[in-house]
Unconditional design. Structure first.
Length: 142
């Protein structure tokens, strides 16, 4: 379900944007909300981090119990999002480079319990098959 509803549509969209020369970056949030009993991430689970909840003492946004590592992830994400809003590029001084998606590339910024890590999108082959199916159906509809 994650591949079908979230990961592949995002991967395909950034690929199309890159092909047309539009700057795009892709991320994957991999931090289960601490204290919720879940071992996996959930849709919208990054929102407390983007909005700074882990930096607020005693915050329980979305039922989470945030710790110091969560505050650091939140600061990192806020820095990237703020740069993107200001300049159209998430990268900035003192931040690990978040690679822009280029046609044919598969790099993604992964926000993990240990911070930001750039790696290959492990599902890119599956998403390519999904893309071929979509493009085939679009061609039939014309």
């Amino acid at each position: 379900m994650t591949d079908t509803y979230f990961r592949c549509p995002a991967t395909i969209t950034v690929g199309w944007l890159a092909r047309e020369g539009t700057p795009a970056w892709q991320y994957q949030f991999e931090r289960p909300l601490p204290g919720t009993g879940s071992a996996s991430t959930r849709h919208s689970g990054e929102l407390p981090y983007v909005f700074g909840a882990p930096q607020l003492p005693g915050s329980k946004m979305m039922g989470a119990t945030f710790g110091p590592a969560d505050a650091e992830i939140s600061k990192l994400m806020q820095a990237y999002w703020s740069n993107f809003v200001r300049t159209g590029n998430p990268n900035g001084e003192g931040l690990p480079n978040w690679p822009q998606i280029k046609a044919g590339s598969a790099e993604v910024m992964r926000f993990t319990p240990n911070g930001g890590v750039v790696s290959k999108n492990a599902r890119v082959v599956l998403c390519h098959l999904y893309q071929l199916s979509i493009e085939e159906r679009l061609a039939e509809a014309r």
